[in-house]
Design a protein around this ligand. Structure first.
Ligand code: UDP
Ligand code: MG
Length: 234
């Protein structure tokens, strides 16, 4: 299988049908050798039923369902493990990441291992953008993380990465930085971003900031303790 599209879903009942249609259209231009792995992160709306209906109409769809809500990072990791593609693509379920942007990543498959989006015109609230800027400045200062947009969920990367990546809660906010620290080749590509059309954001700024500070120190340590070695064959 060439591509696996992994999508974490927590109470996104109104977006899923339109999202799936957009994915179908976008992938027509890229490949027919792909699967979509939806991870239902303990939704308590109609998302599980909508996903079942969609899967009944499309054999490319796979569903992983959590017993209870465990967070976006757990959902992503579970989706990666259930996937089979050589390349893994991630995007959010809420239509904020337009699937047609995936095609912008494809030209970099030969030269890079991890291709990550940069939301050039980010469609979020002022407070949300401000808190991201503060978080990015802290990461730059403490970690020397130069990733332009760690919050962009639209990414494409080689399966090999998930076989070596040290997964932890909130890993997705440090994904590009740690992957780069592991020695992989990273490419940033500008992508579109849409306003959330249905439902609500699952994060509050305060909780994100509190967890962000805690995670920053964990990643500070981790980046210095990652194992990096190459086997010599002679
Ligand atoms: N999400 C999830 N579990 C959670 C919170 C979020 O699977 O506990 C999913 C959510 O359904 C969406 C993605 O993660 O597909 C990003 O969430 P959201 O849009 O709320 O984040 P924001 O865009 O506000 O950063
Ligand atoms: Mg969103």
């Amino acid at each position: 299988m060439e591509y696996s599209i992994v999508i974490p879903v927590y109470n996104e009942e109104e977006s899923l049908k339109a999202l799936q249609e957009k994915i179908n259209t976008a992938m027509l231009k890229i490949s027919s050798d792909y699967e979509i792995v939806y991870v239902n992160d303990g939704s308590n709306d109609a998302s599980p039923n909508v996903l079942k209906t969609l899967a009944g109409q499309n054999s490319k769809i796979k569903i992983v369902s959590f017993k209870e809500n465990k967070g976006q990072s757990a959902a992503l990791a579970a989706g990666f493990r259930a996937s089979r593609g050589t390349w893994i693509i991630t995007l959010d379920a809420d239509l904020q990441n337009p699937p047609q942007e995936i095609s912008k990543f494809v030209p970099f498959k030969e030269t890079h291992d991890f291709i990550t989006g940069v939301r050039v015109k980010r469609q979020d609230s002022f407070m949300r953008k401000l808190s991201s800027r503060i978080a990015a400045a802290s990461r730059r200062l403490i970690l020397r993380d130069t990733t332009t947009d760690t919050g962009c969920s639209l990414r494409m990367f080689k399966r090999e990465i998930i076989e070596r990546f040290p997964f932890f809660k909130n890993f997705h906010r440090f994904f590009a930085f740690l992957v780069q620290s592991m020695g992989f080749r990273i490419k940033e590509v500008n992508v579109e971003h849409e306003r959330r059309a249905f439902g609500v954001s699952k994060y509050g700024n305060l909780k994100r900031a509190r967890e962000g500070i805690f995670d920053l120190w964990g990643v500070f340590w981790l980046a210095r303790r990652l194992l990096r070695y190459e086997i010599k064959h002679d």
